[in-house]
Ligand binder design. Structure first.
Ligand code: URA
Ligand code: SF4
Length: 288
């Protein structure tokens, strides 16, 4: 009997390349050899994310640009310089920031004269193939705040219907981090038509980042929680997040926003919480 020929190509993914329990350094080394999609052929090298594994904010862009491709580091070209300026203006310490991209190789086409490399938007299949690297970075850094820069990152992480122009600067509900926001890509500001519109766009970008700075301050100052049933107070070192409980309308439920082990442990001990990200039904009663 003739075997049916497999016609559909299996979607490629970097997933099998992710080492178990990696550190950022181990991940970076593994990603250097990634050939999970064809972009390794056009890019000079894998441009992995950069920053501390303890960073509180993670910025995710689209893909490395020309300069990043040559340097092997993210956000070091003109868009990166503008991001640095905006971070400074918003009062966000660069040491508290991790920067990366949804796609880790530079995709480009030559210009008409064959002199310059022009950035080309990655396809869905390439974003998908590369996603396991980003998920692994998120799992290690566990940022308090995740900021998507531009439509490609926002749609990859928040759904393909997401509109940055309509929802920039808004906090978006997502499993990816306690606080998630999308804003414009700094390269869009570099493309502004004239000086005045560039100034305005920069101002709006910095305003979005100031919001991030405020959230950071809030999450770092700790929050005290009163638990009526226990007649006690708990102070969480890294912030808490309000949760809705459909079963108990009108109740205020709080969970550690940090995924911080100590906070989660306290919550687990007190309320027998089966899941680190929220409360079980029984534990919710403590807040009614
Ligand atoms: N643009 C991006 O999206 N990422 C970079 O690393 C540089 C420019
Ligand atoms: Fe691998 Fe991502 Fe590079 Fe594709 S773009 S080869 S998935 S690192």
């Amino acid at each position: 009997m003739l075997m049916k020929k497999e016609t559909r190509k299996r979607a490629s993914t970097a997933a099998p390349l992710i080492p178990p329990h990696p550190t950022l350094r181990i991940l970076r080394e593994a990603a250097a050899n990634c050939k999970a999609c064809d972009l390794w052929k056009t890019g000079t090298q894998t441009v992995f994310g950069e920053g501390s594994s303890h960073a509180s904010v993670m910025f995710v862009g689209e893909q490395p640009g020309d300069r990043e491709d040559l340097a092997g580091r993210p956000f070091v070209g003109p868009a990166g310089k503008l991001l640095d300026q905006a971070l400074t203006q918003a009062g966000i310490d660069r040491r508290n920031v991790y920067v990366t991209n949804v796609v880790k190789h530079f995709k480009w086409v030559p210009d008409e004269r064959g002199k310059r490399r022009i950035h080309k938007k990655p396809r869905y299949s390439e974003i998908n193939a590369c996603r396991p690297w980003l998920d692994a970075e998120l799992a290690i850094v566990k940022p308090q705040i995740l900021v998507c820069l531009g439509a490609t990152a926002a749609q990859a992480l928040l759904g393909k219907e997401f509109s940055v122009s309509r929802r920039r600067g808004e906090l978006v509900e997502s499993e990816l981090a306690p606080y998630v926001m999308a804003t414009v890509h700094p390269s869009s500001i570099l493309r502004a038509q004239d000086h005045e519109s560039r100034r305005q766009q920069m101002e709006s970008f910095v305003a979005d980042l100031r919001r991030v700075a405020q959230l950071l301050q809030k999450s770092q100052s700790g929050v005290t929680l009163t638990i009526p049933l226990l007649k006690s107070q708990l102070t969480f070192s890294v912030g808490i997040k309000k949760w809705q409980a459909p079963e108990f309308p009108g109740s205020d439920l709080w969970a550690p926003a940090s995924g911080h082990k100590e906070d989660s442990k306290i919550m687990n001990t007190l309320f027998d919480i089966p899941n680190e990200s929220g409360f079980s039904c029984n534990s919710r009663r403590a807040f009614l």
